[in-house]
Design a protein around this ligand. Structure first.
Ligand code: NAG
Ligand code: NAG
Length: 464
């Protein structure tokens, strides 16, 4: 037993050292350029980046002011809304085929896709850029190709007649964007494009739209049209049609565009979100949506996105949802009261967000380090924690709303293929330089999540 183990360890070390050597050479050349680029970008898009990522004090204040103005407005219209609501409930029930006042949309997922270290690093750099972090140790701008994504996608139609798109339902952002007619970048050519001229319900807006990702800024203009998801029609929905999608980020992505499901306060150009319109247009009677994701198996169906209801009984176990308040409207942010590995308490109260737009989990650096220590895995210079796939990992416990949510330890291990063709396991928890947790699909897959706009709370239930 012992000698075998030693031999195995030696092998893993060798692989790590070899891969690292190469990676480091590439990285050291690249990281400076990236940092410079970031600096320039930060200057150019400073305010937007700040609004999306690390809100400055000023941004936070103005968001609060906006909110309070909005809530004053809301109070005024409250009486009106209540009267409308009962009518809405009746009409919503009619508009949905099963008559229960809500509707659901299948999520697609490439179940049998084998992830490579390149895929992983690509996703990490994309994720880091979403949160305004430079990601010097893993750049991957030129060598990493996003050959296939690990993300869950769904269908969305825009315009009359329908123009159909595959989009990424993303609780970590708040805008809708799809490739526009004037975009000639490769990413647009390899995906469906929206043609306003072919839609009788298109309304011109023309305002500029810029959203910053790792490989550059996605740019375009705003437009309005009817957006249909899950059989629900939202009229006059503002979205962006892109003109520029530089770099390789979206070239091989399994989605054409993004369906932002976050709050309006992080919406670029302060665009009213799809969910807000669904609620104000009484398209759904209960202002909530829920996501359940499935993994494994051979089916392409990856779960469900439900608008207007928390009813995910087909996916959840018998347990009811446990709710926790949204601590800050922007991302779907809440207080993660505690985190344990086995019986070891790793952290107390920490802020966390639910982000359906990433397959990974990110932890604040100090927690990330503690987790790796407990795991006893080998941290590479790319910030990945490598281990044998046979390694026994103790269960992870997330304390939310006073309840313990347990993720089996083996779910933490991501099987990946190295550039050398070896299969190893990597911890699903990474470090994105954030001071909050980012709970992506690796978490959501095990806990159906309710996003309750009306009551400003997030609910979790263990999925079966
Ligand atoms: C568009 O597609 C939806 C289904 O998503 C359908 O209900 C609707 O009738 C279609 N509309 C048009 C104009 O084709
Ligand atoms: C359509 O949306 C825009 C932007 O949200 C808004 O200013 C306008 O009043 C809306 N029009 C209608 C008819 O609701």
């Amino acid at each position: 037993m012992r000698p075998k183990l030693l031999l195995f360890c030696a092998l893993v070390c060798l692989i790590v050292v070899l891969t690292e050597g190469r990676q480091r050479k590439v990285n050291s050349r690249r990281s400076l350029g990236l940092r410079q680029q970031r600096l320039q970008r930060n200057v150019r898009h400073g305010s937007r980046l700040a609004a999306r990522a690390r809100p400055s004090r000023g941004n936070r204040l103005s968001a609060v002011n906006k909110r309070s103005r909005r809530s004053q407005r809301n109070r005024k219209t409250n009486a009106n809304a209540k009267a409308k609501a009962s009518k809405a409930r009746a009409s919503a029930a009619q508009s949905v085929s099963d008559g229960s006042g809500y509707t659901s949309l299948p999520l697609d997922f490439q179940q049998n896709f084998v992830r490579t270290t390149n895929n992983l690093r690509f996703e990490k750099s994309f994720l880091a850029s979403r949160y305004g972090q430079s990601f010097a140790t893993t750049t991957g701008k030129t060598t990493l190709r996003n050959t296939a994504n690990m993300e869950y996608t769904c269908k969305m139609n825009i315009g009359t007649p329908n123009q159909s798109f595959t989009v990424l339902p993303d609780t970590g952002s708040s805008n809708i964007w799809v490739p526009g007619p004037k975009c000639t970048d490769k990413a647009c050519k390899t995906h469906k494009r929206y043609h306003p001229g072919k839609s009788s319900t298109y309304i011109k807006d023309g305002k500029a739209f810029v959203i910053t990702y790792g490989s550059g800024s996605v740019k375009g203009t705003l437009a309005r049209d009817t957006v249909r998801v899950a059989g629900l029609a939202v009229t006059n929905q503002t979205f962006a049609m892109t003109k520029k999608e530089p770099g390789t980020t979206f070239t091989a992505s399994n989605f054409d565009g993004i369906l932002g499901l976050g709050f309006r306060s992080i919406s670029v150009d302060n665009v009213k979100t799809l969910v807000q319109n669904m609620c104000s247009q009484n398209v759904i009677s209960n202002c909530v949506f829920s996501i359940c994701m499935k993994g494994g198996g051979s089916s392409k169906r990856g779960g469900v996105l439900v608008f207007g209801s928390t009813d995910t009984s087909a996916y959840t176990g018998s347990e009811a949802y446990t709710y926790t308040p949204v601590t800050k409207k922007g991302y779907w942010q809440f207080d993660l009261q505690g985190f344990y590995m086995g019986d070891t308490k790793v952290s107390g109260s920490t802020q966390a967000i639910v982000d359906s737009g990433t397959s990974l989990i990110a932890a604040p650096k100090s927690i990330f380090n503690k987790i790796n220590k407990i795991l006893g895995c080998t941290v590479t210079s790319s910030g990945e924690c490598w281990m044998s796939c046979a390694k026994k990992v103790s269960d992870l416990t997330f304390v939310i709303g006073g309840k313990k949510f347990v993720l089996a330890g083996n779910k933490l291990k991501l099987k990946v293929r190295t550039t050398k063709g070896h299969t190893i396991c990597i911890s699903a928890v990474s470090d994105m330089g954030t001071n909050f947790w980012i709970l992506g699909d690796a978490f959501i897959r095990h806990f159906c999540t309710v996003f309750d706009v009306t009551r400003n709370r997030i609910g979790f239930a263990a999925s079966s």
